[in-house]
Design a protein around this ligand. Structure first.
Ligand code: SF4
Length: 456
């Protein structure tokens, strides 16, 4: 008999990918995906440690699950509750102590062992101290133990090529929760890409916490760069679009910049976090690049691909950030120009070096809020101006979602803008030419174009 599995995913696309793979691992045990936790036989919270108060949010969700667990027990069943992801890795057994209704805690590198954990949890049911904690960084690579990916019928697919990070930016938990950098072999990635394409994927986004540090082994036994991997994938018949995220400026090597010039399938969009425009703050963040290095890199990328849309991440109010440091960030934004960006107030992540200095050297919250509002206003203005440049143009849009209104589908332009299109359902899952009629602050809208001239 099938069992219901509900996975709640927090955070980034890598967690979305991991959740899908957890479902694959559990499928042979009879678990099928459920839309809600109510009545489920197993609930997994796949957590993210990036946002503020991430752990507290997980504990409050675990509190809410208790009622569902009680209902399930009252009807003679049992709901297994597991916490996965980066909060699980960071908190470990502390989760069991604070939330005794949790059966399993496992980190991002051990979910290939889920069947064994589920079996142990079943044997331990009802026993004191019954919880299973598996937050190792095992020597075996989990990808070698995962079953083939079950394929969602999405035209836009994600494929993890790299995990972990050795950069140790002072504000970031990833090196501690995801471990050291690991790259999957080229052959495994190509095989997974072929399966995704066979099931309708037209676009594949290559994922990694530090994706452009990719150095997987190729068929000749040599280390392949991300640029070379993209070149190999671009030759697969049926794959129209390739993207990758997230990158570090220090890892943008010549091969990757050349791929932006030479590989038409590599979309003209790049998310390249800079975090700050002040060299002093970049050094304090242990970013190991300067603002000028970033500017020169962007120049090279735009020479290689003039229509490249740039996205970034910014942290304002890092400990010790002065008005002059913040002005340097605004200056960098003005000179570079971004098509979109994510910006946050600094908030300390427990266990990171920045958390220790934030105690003595923190920027007052009111100042952080002021600076964030000013930065976001500038970024919003740039995004709207970038979008306005598309009014009246025809762009290729991969329609992979329902739109907000009846008779509307939605998707992404090559430059990653959200586009809403009046189109019949028969266009779903296709790349179609769209004439842009309106440019909004955060998106574009238009209609199907019948002419052949495309401006993508
Ligand atoms: S490069 Fe990215 S993932 Fe790695 S430590 Fe820095 S912010 Fe975190």
């Amino acid at each position: 008999m099938s069992k219901k599995l509900f996975i709640k995913t927090y955070g980034c696309q890598m967690n979305v990918y991991d959740s899908a793979r957890m479902a694959d691992v559990l499928a042979p045990l009879g678990y099928v995906p459920a839309a809600t936790a109510e009545g489920a036989d197993m609930v997994i919270l796949n957590t993210c440690h990036i946002r503020e108060k991430a752990a507290e949010k997980v504990y409050s969700e675990l509190g809410r699950l208790r009622a569902f667990q009680a209902e399930k027990s009252a009807s003679g069943g049992r709901m297994v509750v597991a916490v996965a992801g980066c909060v699980a890795q960071a908190e470990g057994a502390e989760i069991m102590r604070r939330a005794p209704n949790v059966d399993i805690v496992f980190g991002p590198q051990t979910y290939h062992r889920l069947p064994e954990m589920v079996a142990r949890a079943a044997r331990a049911a009802g026993q004191h101290g019954r919880g299973i904690v598996d937050t190792d960084f095992p020597v075996e690579a989990k990808f070698d133990f995962l079953p083939e990916q079950s394929i969602s019928q999405s035209a836009g697919a994600y494929l993890t090529v790299q995990e972990g990070c050795d950069k140790f930016c002072s504000f970031c938990v990833v090196p501690y929760t995801r471990g050291a950098e690991f790259s999957r072999p080229v052959a495994d990635i190509v095989a997974e890409a072929r399966r995704l394409i066979a099931n309708g994927a037209l676009e594949i986004t290559l994922l990694g916490q530090n994706v452009n540090a990719y150095h997987g082994v190729d068929a000749a036994g040599n280390s392949s760069s991300l640029g070379a991997l993209i070149g190999t994938l671009a030759e697969l018949p049926g794959l129209a679009r390739i993207r990758y995220t997230t990158s570090h400026p220090l890892e943008m090597d010549d091969a990757l910049i050349a791929a932006h010039r030479d590989v038409p399938a590599l979309m003209p969009f790049l998310h390249l976090p800079v975090q700050s425009g002040s060299d002093r703050i970049l050094a304090a963040m242990n970013r190991r690049h300067t603002a000028d290095h970033y500017r020169r890199l962007v120049e090279r990328l735009r020479t290689a691909r003039p229509d490249l849309a740039l996205s970034s991440d910014f942290i304002v109010g890092y400990p010790g950030e002065t008005e002059a440091d913040f002005e340097a960030t605004l200056g960098l934004v003005r000179t570079v120009g971004f098509a979109q960006a994510y910006s946050f107030k600094f908030s300390p992540r427990p266990g990171t070096p920045a958390a220790a200095i934030a105690i003595d050297d923190g920027v007052p919250d009111a100042i952080k809020a002021e600076r964030l509002a000013e930065l976001q206003a500038l970024l919003a203005e740039q995004q709207h101006a970038f979008n306005r440049g598309f009014a009246g143009r025809v762009v290729e849009v991969l329609l992979d979602r329902q739109g907000r209104h009846n008779g509307q589908l939605a998707g992404r332009s090559p430059q990653m803008q959200a586009v809403h299109v009046a189109a019949p359902d028969t266009c779903f899952g296709q790349i179609v030419p769209v004439r842009i009629e309106q440019a909004h602050p955060l998106s574009l809208s238009g209609c199907l174009d019948q002419h052949v001239e495309h401006a993508a």
